[in-house]
Design a protein around this ligand. Structure first.
Ligand code: GLC
Length: 485
């Protein structure tokens, strides 16, 4: 099959959250399974092309923005894993001039322009694809824009994946016009109307125009059709019936695997003896604590959180828990990116508190190498999200033998089974209510079990040996693509 993935992020060259990891992981798996796959994103200024291998191919074409004709191009690269990536920009460097991915207030108009340009590129080059797979609000309108420009003659089927329903691309009608598309050009312009506010809603139009819609876990798919999690679009989603499915994300074990991880001081894997795994994890922990200048308490569990510091992630539950590090007798580490202003202050305070007590530290940044080292060094990994479409960090933590404590929601509920259920798949600790007391109880259960070396070893081993690779989800996407062709 010939598949085009179009999105706003791809790991490692342009990543804010899990969307980037999914784009890379899924593209990798589809290519590996023999499908011709190209991932296309804007050529942002922050992209370091040193990480890519140029193919020496460029497609030039004409497009339009703000009523001005623009010369634009797609430049082809591939990664060291041989994943094909296309980077789109204008001759005047519209995207290269942008230093952030989601922009400062003008993000929506710029992604509408990106979609418009992708549609023009497809039409000009007549690139043969069977599946156009778009992701979240930034590219949700691309299938419709293509339909409009091609006068309803799309030679491919379209798939829209929702990674986070909270972000719907609500915008002004003028943003759509800036991309040279008149809302009246839609065969049914009302599909653009936001159900609550008087504005356009890109995700809503995407849901109603894609051939099939997916989200990133079966439980989140069920939650999205409820009024509580449906963000005003639950009835529309429910109306899609079988056209809407949840497919659990995978993890790219070429990248997240302690056996081959070059960022670690000492590599290890679930196929080794537990003594060796413990020794390797301790060595990684000692090195990390030396780097971050916190005294290591070797027999005390290290609890970690790696997250975007936004409310969705239950960050105030994390702050309240880590403030009790001494009482719980644990050490704590937070690696938090893109903090909201309140969160920035709260976590800066937490950092001072943890460091003063010699109980850990907080890092307000995103750093891929550091993240790998934190997964390897940690014993317990917390993900107390208020809602979580899939969640990738708990899956990575499992592979690195760091046991997840998660809230029972979305993809967390689909991947983590509480040890108290004593099932062969039990791999962590699960709590229900988004309250500090429930979270602390679950963490306390994990800290208690950590003291039982035999039980903990068995749990770690089971976690590390579980398979959350892209193999199964990759097959599910292929079947889904085939079902619409
Ligand atoms: C978003 C969601 C997260 C999901 C990721 C990749 O970041 O919040 O739950 O894992 O997308 O699909």
């Amino acid at each position: 099959m010939r598949i085009l993935q179009v999105a706003s992020e791809i790991t490692p060259i342009a990543k804010v959250g899990g969307l980037g990891d999914v784009l890379m992981g899924l593209s990798h798996e589809l290519s590996w399974k023999g499908h011709e796959t190209l991932a296309l994103i804007p050529f942002y200024g922050l992209i370091d092309t040193e990480q890519l291998i140029p193919e020496g191919r460029v497609d030039w074409f004409d497009t339009e923005f703000d009523k001005v004709k623009q010369r634009a191009c797609v430049t082809y690269y591939h990664t060291h894993n041989n994943i094909s990536i296309g980077l789109l920009d204008t001759a005047s460097g519209y995207f290269r001039n942008r230093q952030t991915i989601y922009g400062d207030g003008d993000g929506i108009a710029s992604f509408l322009f990106f979609c418009r340009a992708v549609a023009n590129w497809l039409l000009t080059t007549q690139r043969q694809i069977e599946i156009l797979h778009v992701h979240d609000w930034p590219t949700a309108l691309l299938p419709s824009i293509y339909q409009i420009l091609s006068r309803g003659k799309a030679p491919f089927k379209s798939v829209l994946t929702i990674h986070n329903f909270e972000y719907q691309g609500r915008c002004d009608w003028s943003d759509i016009r800036r991309a040279g598309i008149d809302p009246l050009d839609f065969s049914d312009p009302s599909i653009l109307n936001d159900p609550i506010h008087s504005c356009a809603n890109l995700v809503k139009a995407g849901l109603l125009s894609a051939d099939v819609v997916t989200t990133v876990s079966p439980t989140y798919a069920r939650e999205m059709v409820t009024p509580e999690e449906g963000q005003g679009l639950h009835t529309i989603l429910a109306g899609l019936g079988k056209k809407f499915v949840g497919i659990l994300n995978g993890i790219d074990y070429a990248f997240w695997n302690p056996e081959i991880d070059t960022y670690l001081s000492k590599r290890y894997s679930g196929s080794q003896e537990m003594e060796a795994v413990r020794a390797a994890k301790l060595q990684n922990k000692a090195r990390l604590f030396f780097q971050i200048d916190v005294p290591l308490l070797p027999d005390v569990p290290l609890i970690a959180s790696i997250t975007r510091l936004v409310k969705q992630k239950g960050i105030y539950l994390i702050r309240d828990l880590f403030a009790q590090a001494e009482e719980l007798n644990v050490q704590c580490l937070v690696l938090g990116s893109v903090p909201e202003p309140d969160a920035k202050q709260a976590f800066a305070e937490l950092d001072r508190d943890l460091r003063r007590k010699g109980r850990g530290a907080v890092f307000l940044m995103s750093d891929e190498a550091f993240a790998h080292r934190v997964y390897a060094a940690s014993d317990i990994f917390v993900v107390p999200s208020l809602f979580e479409p899939c969640g990738l960090t708990q899956l990575i933590a499992l592979k690195y033998g760091s046991i997840p404590v998660v809230r029972k929601t979305g993809g967390l509920a689909d991947t983590i089974v509480d040890v108290e259920e004593s099932r062969p798949t039990s791999n962590g600790f699960v709590f229900q209510s988004a309250q500090s007391t429930s979270f602390t109880t679950a963490v306390t259960r994990s800290v208690d079990l950590f003291k039982n070396k035999v039980a903990w070893d068995a749990l770690m081993l089971r976690a590390m040996r579980q398979d959350f690779s892209w193999n199964i989800p990759g097959n599910q996407y292929v079947s889904l693509y085939q079902s619409v062709l």
